[in-house]
Design a protein around this ligand. Structure first.
Ligand SMILES: O=c1ccn([C@@H]2O[C@H](COP(=O)(O)O)[C@@H](O)[C@H]2O)c(=O)[nH]1
Length: 237
């Protein structure tokens, strides 16, 4: 996927997503997650793809290796640019996910990029320790998952901006660091715990930013999108 800000289309119905997309001119990078996909199925992908938008399908698969591999074979046929799994599913699961994607991608088409969620941006360090029983810092956990994802052949990870720079040092520039939890200064945190601005993301080495409510719930979504894009494009890495 190109590195334009990825707008999270967290809407229940395709009509709402389409109405929102009409408020921002041009071809966009968008993310379709569980809310839109699970209530509407693959037809929603086709509709948004036909309108000229690039799609990151964010279903965060996490199951036994065979199930994830077979599911990825199917997702590979949808014509999306990026898909993901949870790194917590382990090395074999990630390897099978990649094999499934490669096997399912139609001849002549580019395989969707495959990335792994490390620690959700809605997770705080203390919460991770208590609820997941992981000792050490959140950054250490994210780095362990990033290394595992890279060793499993994946193209990158989902992480917060706070870990992007350390991942860049460990895994290199070209390993994708897709960072949600993006907020413009002064906008609310909501359920996110590890947030940052588009400018901070660029400086930390994020390769992509994912922005939802800051744009979709703004009084003027086009203006919010343009501000996110301006900060992202004008900041220096
Ligand atoms: O760690 C993660 C992984 C995925 N997300 C998704 O990104 C968007 C963020 O939405 P905002 O409204 O900008 O908070 C949302 O679709 C999540 O499912 C994430 O936030 N963190």
């Amino acid at each position: 996927m190109n590195d334009s800000p990825i707008i999270a289309l967290d809407f229940p119905a395709p009509e709402e997503a389409a109405a929102f997309l009409r408020t921002i001119p041009g071809s966009l990078s968008v993310k379709i997650g569980m809310e839109l996909y699970l209530q509407n199925g693959p037809s929603v992908i086709e509709r948004i793809r036909e309108a000229g938008h690039d799609i990151f399908l964010d279903l965060k698969l996490h199951d036994i290796p065979n199930t994830v591999g077979q599911a990825m074979k199917g997702l590979a046929r949808l014509g999306v640019g990026m898909v993901n799994v949870h790194a917590a599913g382990g090395r074999e699961m990630m390897e099978r996910a990649l094999e499934g994607l490669e096997a399912g991608t139609p001849a002549g088409r580019k395989r969707p990029e495959l990335i792994a969620v490390t620690q959700l941006t809605s997770t705080a360090e203390e919460q991770m320790r208590q609820e997941q029983g992981i000792s050490g810092t959140l950054e250490e956990s994210v780095l362990r998952y990033a290394r595992l994802a890279q060793e499993s052949g994946l193209d990158g990870v989902v992480c917060s901006v706070h870990e992007a720079s350390a991942i860049r040092s460990l895994c290199g520039d070209s390993f994708l660091k897709v960072t949600p939890g993006i907020r413009l200064a002064g906008s609310g945190t909501q359920d996110q715990k590890r947030i940052a601005t588009p400018e901070e993301a660029r400086k930390a080495g994020s390769t992509h930013i994912v922005v939802g409510r800051t744009i979709t719930k703004a009084t003027d979504p086009a203006q919010a999108y343009n501000e996110v894009k301006r900060q992202w494009e004008e900041s220096i890495r």
